[in-house]
Design a protein around this ligand. Structure first.
Ligand SMILES: Cc1cc2nc3c(=O)[nH]c(=O)nc-3n(C[C@H](O)[C@H](O)[C@H](O)COP(=O)(O)OP(=O)(O)OC[C@H]3O[C@@H](n4cnc5c(N)ncnc54)[C@H](O)[C@@H]3O)c2cc1C
Length: 313
């Protein structure tokens, strides 16, 4: 039996696509054992049992009071408890930091930005801002791997009745402590990093993101932005795509009024299909676009949104 530990950062009764992708990959490599990032409830255990988790580890108390350190200690303890052959985590900023700390605790190799993992634990990953794809293998310990969303098609699993083990996290070490939290405003849109479709806007939007948001809502997409747009305060920094923003690989990336600077491309050029809307036919973004529209974004975006709404009826 080869146990593959899958870390679920935010356990929920209705696991999202990125979590189901990790479970599917765990199944492909062995027996997926789930490490919940919060104390277990009947609902969360049932949800991951439905996805075929063969065992569940959960912390005795909440882990979010210590920034990352508590999660890393818990994942390392869960990995040792089930003798995991590999640990899979989300490719978020937190996921990568947890992976790094787990790698140190377990003296194990860490591989980020994975887009595929084969049975011999060879990892296909993007490097150099998504410009190249390479195959990598950890040469020490059980590899700790962060997996990009939209890399695996989630499949149905045979439901299980997993044993639930509660772990006391003892090794969090000195850590920064959270003293106050502010709830993020709830959005009906998908999370930027998990979304199948992303509509992004840049400086060419001239301060008004309404057309980007309307097309995103027509497509059920997430909204993204260039740094020029976030620096100008037109939209929050959490929406920034690129080298110093989020790295995403949606199935469809639509960008409007974005020139295609190397730092922006670093965050989106592994998207499966790229559609660019720009008034300058020589804009660099057209070099990597699958479809290009030379036009005014403030005209093209509303037309696209209206046509999609019309076809949806
Ligand atoms: C260390 C570092 C890190 C960085 N990290 C990031 C990052 O993470 N993400 C990021 O995005 N940038 C990043 N940048 C900034 C990056 O270099 C660019 O400055 C930025 O991406 C430009 O944003 P933009 O394409 O919206 O603006 P611009 O480059 O000004 O392009 C605007 C585009 O809009 C077009 N346009 C104008 N009007 C219209 C219209 N009406 N309709 C359609 N098109 C129109 C123009 O033709 C132009 O191509 C970083 C820079 C540095 C130095």
């Amino acid at each position: 039996m080869t146990n593959i530990l899958v870390f679920i950062d935010t356990p929920t009764a209705q696991p999202g696509k990125a979590q189901r992708e990790l479970l599917t990959l765990g199944h492909r490599l062995g027996e997926p054992v789930v490490a919940l990032g919060a104390p277990a409830s009947d609902e969360t255990v049932a949800a991951y049992a439905h996805l075929g988790a063969t065992a569940v580890y959960a912390p005795a108390g909440a882990l979010d009071g210590t920034l990352i350190a508590g999660e890393a200690a818990f994942v390392a303890e869960a990995s040792q408890a089930c003798s995991a052959a590999a640990v899979l985590l989300p490719n978020s900023a937190d996921g990568k930091e947890i992976a790094a700390r787990v790698g140190i605790k377990l003296s194990a190799g860490v591989i980020t930005d994975a887009v595929d993992v084969t049975a011999d634990l060879s990892v296909t990953k993007s490097v150099l801002a998504g410009g190249y794809t390479v195959t990598a293998r950890a040469n020490q310990g059980s590899p700790v791997i962060t997996v990009k969303p939209n890399s695996v098609e989630p499949t149905e699993a045979i439901p299980t009745s997993p044993e639930v083990t509660t772990l006391e996290v003892t090794d969090a070490g000195p850590a920064a402590r959270v003293t106050n939290t502010v709830e993020k405003a709830v959005s009906a849109r998908p999370e930027l990093q998990d979304a199948r479709i992303v509509v992004s806007g840049g400086r060419g939007l001239d301060g008004d993101f309404t057309p980007v948001e309307q097309l995103a809502d027509a497509l059920g997409a997430a909204v993204g932005a260039s740094r020029a747009a976030t620096d100008a305060g037109w939209i929050e920094h959490s929406y920034q795509v690129g080298q110093t923003g989020k790295t995403i690989s949606p199935q469809l990336y639509i960008c409007a009024g974005i020139s295609g600077a190397i730092q922006h491309k670093a965050g989106m050029q592994t998207s499966q299909v790229i559609v660019a809307i720009n008034s300058d036919e020589d804009a660099p973004i057209f070099e990597i676009a699958d479809f290009g529209i030379v036009g005014d974004a403030t005209t093209v975006l509303p037309q696209a949104a209206a046509e999609i709404q019309r076809r949806k009826g």
